[in-house]
Design a protein around this ligand. Structure first.
Ligand code: BGP
Length: 458
């Protein structure tokens, strides 16, 4: 069958500043944490050793072109642009981002720019990070500076990438700095992130820029083990905590009433100010980026909660391993292609069918050198992964979902937070020793699909 996509469909990939650029003076939480606990990073590789985009941006953009990208998302590093978070703007950073943005535009690749992709300037973390409302204001200033500097040539802005992840990693589950385990603080961080988002949207609207502004959310659908009401309730609460805690404010301009009621009943609501509600309502977006990697499967808890244990989302559900599930064993994530369709249908039916696109989807695989044939990685599994997801996305579009594009994670193998270079995601193989870039089979497949705006599959 032939899967054809709408005219002007966005074909591209996503990356982030910290994971690709390298060579940075402004310190982030990642640099700080790595200096103290290098053992927490796979093979002791830290965030200064990434895929050298700072040096190779021009030739890398040529590679994007070879992959027939018409769009590409990356982020601006707040710590590179304003090293202490609040003070002087670094002119070298302005030059660098100007050059990247101009070159992308010149090559016919529309730049999509994220303002915050997990990389908090350390100076901001030192005063409390997202727990401190002063950091919200500092972020709003940083966003405004970016709009003023680059807003004439960047027409697609994203305030945050996966804002729930720093909440989960940094304040609940110990996989980001500052490694806190405390639900109330987590809720405050999430809440202040929504306020920061809304302030950036407000600043963007006030500046009357030509483009649009949105956010990128990892909408991990919550599937109940069964239709038993106890399982359905468990899935509903997981959905409220992990998806709707951001989705509802940015699309509806308010929090779900049952999430507020739940947190209130456990005395875990963050401190609010009376004017916050108005601000959140102003934070409604023009465009939603959806990152989709895996589903979340839950069931009702088997055991009673230990009242001595810290309050956690898992007080309300257990995770559920569906028999026969398909796994990506390297990342430990389930692969469930219909999830992409379910997300789009949910947006269509429950959120007014917003303009959206798949902003990340991808498959990290370990030790890909074993698949080299005639000097090239033959990553058939990745082609299968993409085409299966695209088939479900296509079905969504044919049923009226407003999905405008598909971006892969990622274009060149890059540094991956605590996993560093363990799992490779790129269309292009990176040789860590020589920094040489070689297109994988999946890159060729994607280039052909983007060029033809369609692909064939049985
Ligand atoms: C997303 C992030 C990316 C990227 C990707 C792959 O959550 O937005 O930054 O890292 O996941 O995940 P990982 O690197 O953890 O394997």
């Amino acid at each position: 069958m032939k899967y054809a996509f709408p005219y002007n469909f966005w074909w591209g990939s996503a990356s982030s500043a910290l994971q690709t650029e390298g060579t940075r003076e402004g310190e982030t939480t990642w640099d700080y944490w790595f200096a103290r606990e290098p053992n927490r990073f796979h093979n002791g590789v830290g965030p200064q050793h990434t895929s050298t985009f700072y040096q190779h941006w021009k030739t890398d953009i040529q590679l994007l072109k070879q992959l027939n990208h018409n769009s590409f998302r990356t982020s601006i590093s707040w710590a590179r642009l304003i090293p202490d978070g609040i003070g002087e703007v670094n002119p070298d950073a302005v030059d660098f981002y100007n050059q990247v943005i101009d070159e992308l535009n010149e090559q016919g690749i529309t730049p999509f720019i994220t303002l915050f992709h997990f990389d908090m300037p350390m100076a901001m973390q030192e005063i409390g990070g997202w727990e401190n409302r002063d950091v919200v204001d500092a972020y709003a200033r940083y966003a405004q500076i970016c709009f003023e500097l680059f807003g004439d040539r960047v027409l697609h802005w994203f305030t945050f990438n996966e804002p729930i992840v720093p909440v989960e990693g940094g304040y609940l589950y110990d996989f980001h700095y500052p490694n806190v385990v405390d639900f109330r603080r987590a809720a405050t961080v999430a809440y202040h992130t929504v306020l920061a988002h809304a302030k950036a949207v407000q600043a963007y609207r006030a500046g009357h820029y030509a483009g649009e502004i949105g956010i990128v959310l990892n909408l991990t659908p919550s599937y109940p083990r069964s239709q038993n009401p106890a399982d359905v309730k468990a899935a509903h609460i997981a959905d409220l905590m992990f998806n709707r805690s951001f989705l509802d404010p940015v699309l509806r301009g308010e929090y779900p009433a049952d999430l507020v009621a739940l947190l209130k009943s456990y005395n875990h609501l963050p401190a609010c100010k009376p004017e916050d509600g108005f601000l959140i309502a102003e934070g409604k977006i023009d465009l939603l980026g959806v990152n989709y990697y895996q589903p979340r499967r839950v069931k009702c808890r088997d055991s009673a909660v230990n009242p001595q244990a810290p309050f956690m989302p898992e007080w309300f559900f257990d995770s559920y391993e569906m028999p026969g599930r398909k796994m990506n064993p390297y990342r430990g994530w389930e692969i469930y292609e219909p999830g992409i369709y379910d997300i789009l249908v949910n947006l269509r039916d429950n959120y007014g069918n917003p303009r959206c696109f798949i902003s990340e989807n991808g498959m990290g695989v370990e030790n890909e050198q074993r698949f080299i044939e005639n000097g090239q990685i033959n990553d058939r599994y990745r082609i299968e992964f993409i085409s299966e997801h695209l088939a479900w996305l296509h079905k969504g579009i044919s049923e009226g979902c407003n999905c405008l594009g598909y971006h892969m994670w990622t274009f060149i193998d890059n540094w991956s937070w605590c996993n560093a270079y363990k799992n490779r995601y790129g269309f292009i193989q990176l040789d860590l020793e020589t920094q040489q870039r070689t297109i994988k089979k999946s890159g060729e497949w994607f280039a052909a699909t983007a060029l033809n705006n369609c692909f064939d599959k049985e």
